[in-house]
Design a binder for this molecule. Structure first.
Ligand SMILES: Cc1cc2nc3c(=O)[nH]c(=O)nc-3n(C[C@H](O)[C@H](O)[C@H](O)COP(=O)(O)OP(=O)(O)OC[C@H]3O[C@@H](n4cnc5c(N)ncnc54)[C@H](O)[C@@H]3O)c2cc1C
Length: 507
């Protein structure tokens, strides 16, 4: 790492606020596109990837819409809307291509072991849900992105795919599942640290840990001044940059508001915390090998879809069930209870109140979740694992999501469950808000951000060629190119070691 003078205000090309997967992805891409860029990463904690990007704080699902039923809503006429699922599947293929590009180019251990092959299953019961799943399978398998997805109502087949889920189940219950063998589990924390490790090795890159950014101000010449407090010494770090990315996860909203850009007006945030049940019985863990996603209860938000996940974390196989939602006023897991109240400003008060009033069912759902006893949580688990034993499971705290609230011309204010890039019109500053589908789609989100904030450079033949090198399907719809899907899956599968039938060891 090249050190940059620390004494007065440092002048840089790019400041990345927050050391999560989004900043890591953007930093690596920008350095590939323009190696001479001077970049600083500022992080309030003492390590990278310790908030949402840490493996224990998210579900680690390589979101490809193989198993997530909320990405394929049923339309009023009973048909299945596959648009969102196709988009997410395409985005995840872009992510894998970028990761494979890095893994092949840099040959570092961290970038060959963060992703594992784990089948993705959707599992439902009851006539209505079974009909839905059958239709979903028929609709999705029209696209080459979902080639190889199997559907079954046969209990023997289901027993083979997920023995523990079927054991002890009521024989009269009508059940069905789909299985996409090529699903993945991703240790996003390990991947993030791997990318930062590479970034650190490059010239003109500085890391500032334990520094909390408190102010971002535009200077007269259009550049930005960033002030960060050293949380150990109380000193102030001053940076100046031509471009700022606010990749502070749940902490992005207050910083975006502090920048004062007109585009930030009206944005608010609604924090939702999460919990898992973690299996502590190695025999049970060993007998399940899949990510099994169910259907969210009617009226519950998309992030509450229950799933039973095989995970590979720090070289160990794990089994998690959840998430259970919760409520706290913190925007970050290691944040402050004042985060939510302090984020309410005159500019976002109206959208926040209206969104709150329009989402009473969500509030009710969260209250119910918070009031759940350990026995209530265990009862939800038993719907997926009929023979589960209470003593085999422990409660773990997951990461914090801050759902986006924004102004809406018609409704006044809306609550969103996706991610949103908010950028100044001159492209000199951008923030990422929201958390879903999140880390899996970091690559396409950051490509979009670069095209928006660096429009002239992005159009040059040099940058276009580099995009193609990093992501061979760049600019091409995979849904319309079955041959390309085959080719890039063969490439990413080989480089990322996803061909193995058994999960390999993750870092
Ligand atoms: C329960 C849960 C389950 C999820 N499951 C999945 C999944 O299965 N698949 C998937 O793809 N995604 C999933 N996600 C989403 C995914 O985890 C996030 O989208 C992703 O990790 C966000 O990365 P980030 O870099 O934006 O934020 P983070 O990883 O949170 O990083 C932000 C960083 O900014 C730092 N920071 C904050 N404020 C400041 C400040 N003022 N100054 C300096 N630094 C600051 C923080 O300390 C942190 O290190 C899940 C999220 C949650 C919470």
């Amino acid at each position: 790492m090249t050190s940059i003078d620390n004494s007065s205000e440092q002048s840089l090309d790019v400041v990345l606020i927050g050391a999560g997967i989004m900043s890591a992805t953007l930093g690596m891409m920008l350095k590939e596109l323009q190696p001479e860029l001077r970049i600083a990463v500022v992080e309030r904690l003492d390590v990278a990837a310790a908030e949402s990007s840490d493996a224990w704080n998210n579900a680690g699902t390589g979101h490809s819409a193989f198993c997530e039923l909320n990405y394929t809503p049923e339309k009023a006429d009973g048909s299945i809307d596959t648009g969102k699922a196709i988009k997410i599947a395409d985005q995840f293929e872009q992510s894998k291509q970028f990761w494979a590009f890095l893994a092949e180019k840099y040959q570092v251990k961290e970038l060959s072991r963060f992703i594992n092959h784990i089948p993705h299953l959707s599992f439902v019961w009851g006539d209505e849900n079974v009909n839905f799943l059958r239709k979903r399978h028929a609709a999705l398998t029209q696209s080459p992105l979902f080639k190889g997805m199997s559907y079954s109502e046969d209990r023997e087949q289901l027993q083979k795919w997920m023995p523990l889920v079927m054991e002890g189940r009521d024989p009269n219950q009508k059940v069905a599942a789909t299985c996409m063998d090529m699903g993945t589990d991703v240790n996003f924390g390990s991947l993030t640290r791997g990318m930062f490790h590479l970034l650190q090795e490059k010239p003109n890159v500085a890391f500032h840990f334990n520094k909390e950014v408190s102010k971002i101000r535009r200077k007269e010449d259009g550049s930005w001044r960033i002030k960060a407090k050293d949380l150990a010494t109380g000193d102030t770090l001053k940076l100046r940059a031509r471009f700022v990315f606010i990749g502070a996860g749940g902490g992005s909203l207050p910083l975006l508001i502090s920048s004062g850009i007109p585009e930030a007006a009206g944005f608010g945030g609604f924090p939702v915390s999460g919990q898992w049940l973690k299996c502590v019985n190695p025999e049970v863990i060993e007998r399940h090998q899949a990510k099994v996603y169910g259907k969210a209860e009617v009226g519950s938000p998309p992030m509450s879809v229950p799933h039973l996940d095989t995970r590979m974390i720090n070289g160990k196989r794990e089994l998690l069930f959840g998430p259970y939602a919760g409520f706290t006023t913190k925007f970050l897991k290691k944040g402050s209870f004042l985060d939510l109240p302090l984020s309410i400003k005159l500019s976002n008060m109206r959208p926040m109140i209206i969104a709150g009033l329009k989402n009473i069912p969500l509030t009710r759902y969260l209250i119910d979740q918070v009031r759940q006893s350990p026995q209530d949580r265990f009862a939800s688990l038993k719907q997926y694992l009929p023979e589960a034993r209470f003593e085999d499971w422990e409660l773990e705290i997951a990461g914090q999501r801050v759902q986006v609230i924004k102004k809406d011309k018609k409704a006044g204010g809306v609550l969103e469950f996706g991610t949103e890039v908010v950028a100044a019109s001159d492209g000199s500053i951008a923030a990422l808000l929201g958390a879903s589908p999140g880390a899996s789609t970091a690559v396409s989100i950051m490509v979009g951000l670069i095209e928006r904030c660096f429009p002239q450079q992005a159009r040059t033949p040099e940058w276009q060629a580099k995009f193609k090198e990093m992501i061979p399907s760049y600019g091409v719809s995979l849904h319309d190119n079955p041959q390309l899907v085959e080719e890039i899956r063969e490439f990413t599968g080989r480089v990322l070691n996803l061909m193995a039938a058994e999960p390999t060891e993750a870092k």
